[in-house]
Design a protein. Structure first.
Length: 388
């Protein structure tokens, strides 16, 4: 097991009725910038609960943060926050809103002479950010309990991340019952997001990180078990709770400790989103099975372990079990409604897609990906081409 240091300061309030905890977390004198997306929180009752919990505080609302939060839109929220002299940021939504909230909180505390785009990619040091609270409405990315965020800039076709401990949320509310009103597409996306986030911290090579392996396998097995229940009855609270907690724990920070990591699927996925506007989970479902095929020999041992422990596959031949595990992974994504081929999303020119991803990775200097640092943009081109 590799050396590691770990700290996660986010307080989590989990369960039904926990949105009321906002009142105990945000000071009564706070000026709160309330951020959300397209307005579904006003239809499912979350907005009313949030406003009730914020009673007595000054609340400034900014709606319309899109999926794959867009830099220009986030900067509009930053300007509003400056005008209204806010001193807290409260994001209510899924990973896109919460990622956007982290950027906004950081930008509001940034020296005005520094270009906020430099936050992305950690190109400028962040010494502080406004305090952040989160109310999760779509379990998927784990953004509610970590210090990472991804921002898109449409005009330059960039989808890039930043990480900094100053944007750890002070608290997050996770009420599983909000899953009841999610559209099927978002439910499937959430299942795939959580699944792939876990595999990228696990499907590398054995490294004697046995507790972390079991954590990853527990998350993956849970997602496989609850998916059919949720697809049949989205209001099943036990399944809702397990999905929300699994998605949170996938990116909480415990799974990768001491482990070799492989974020190449995300690198490819981000470029596909930047080029074609696909949902994050859709790009992950396209990239992962083909990446596992492409890197089969280096991942064989861990794939076989995954096949036996998560999918219950039998047999002494590691190669056969590993191959079957990749097939099972693709079938799982398809079973929750997230397709795994470029053509499924109307991308009929796989060569153009592969060329585009290769060019983007070169432009972003993502030149040595994978757990061994041996995957080049050219390798990623071949992975995308295989996803035709």
């Amino acid at each position: 097991m590799n050396n590691f240091s770990f700290h996660n300061p986010t307080r989590l309030h989990f369960g039904q009725g926990q949105i009321a905890q906002i009142g105990n977390e945000i000071p009564p004198t706070a000026r709160v910038l309330l951020l959300y997306g397209g307005g579904s929180i006003k239809r499912n009752g979350v907005y009313d609960q949030v406003i009730a919990a914020l009673a007595g505080r000054t609340v400034v609302e900014f709606a319309g943060i899109p999926a794959n939060p867009e830099f220009d839109t986030l900067m509009q929220a930053v300007e509003l926050g400056k005008q209204e002299r806010v001193d807290w940021v409260l994001g209510v939504g899924g990973g896109s809103v919460l990622d956007g909230s982290k950027f906004i909180a950081a930008a509001l505390a940034l020296d005005p002479d520094i270009d906020p785009w430099l936050i992305i990619g950690n190109k400028t040091p962040l010494k502080s950010a406004l305090p952040i609270g989160c109310v999760l409405t779509l379990p998927a990315t784990g953004s509610e309990a970590n210090f990472a965020a991804v921002v898109t800039r449409r005009e330059t076709q960039d989808k890039l991340s930043f990480k900094n401990p100053v944007v750890f949320p002070r608290f997050s509310v996770l009420d599983p019952s909000v899953i009841s009103t999610l559209p099927p597409r978002q439910l499937g996306n959430g299942l795939v997001d959580a699944f792939v986030h876990t595999t990228e911290q696990y499907l590398t090579f054995p490294n004697e990180a046995r507790v972390q392996d079991r954590l990853a396998e527990g998350i993956l097995s849970t997602l496989v078990e609850i998916a059919p229940t949720l697809l049949a009855d989205q209001s099943d609270y036990a399944a809702q709770a397990n999905l929300m907690w699994a998605a949170d724990q996938a990116m909480y920070g415990l799974v990768p400790l001491g482990q070799p990591l492989d974020w190449a699927t995300h690198a490819i996925g981000h470029e596909l989103t930047a080029l074609y506007g696909l949902d994050h989970a859709q790009t992950l479902a396209i990239a992962l099975p083909n990446l596992l095929d492409y890197t089969f020999e280096t991942k064989r041992a861990k794939l076989a372990q995954y096949g036996r422990r998560v999918w219950g596959l039998a047999g002494d031949d590691d190669g056969a079990v590993a191959r079957a595990a990749i097939v099972a992974t693709r079938r799982f994504f398809e079973s929750v409604g997230v397709k795994t081929r470029l053509a499924d999303y109307g991308i009929t020119d796989a060569t153009a897609a592969a060329d585009g991803v290769e060019a983007q990775l070169n432009r972003h200097k993502r030149l040595a990906l994978g757990e061994h640092g041996t995957l080049t943009p050219s390798d990623c081109r071949a992975i995308v081409l295989a996803a035709a």
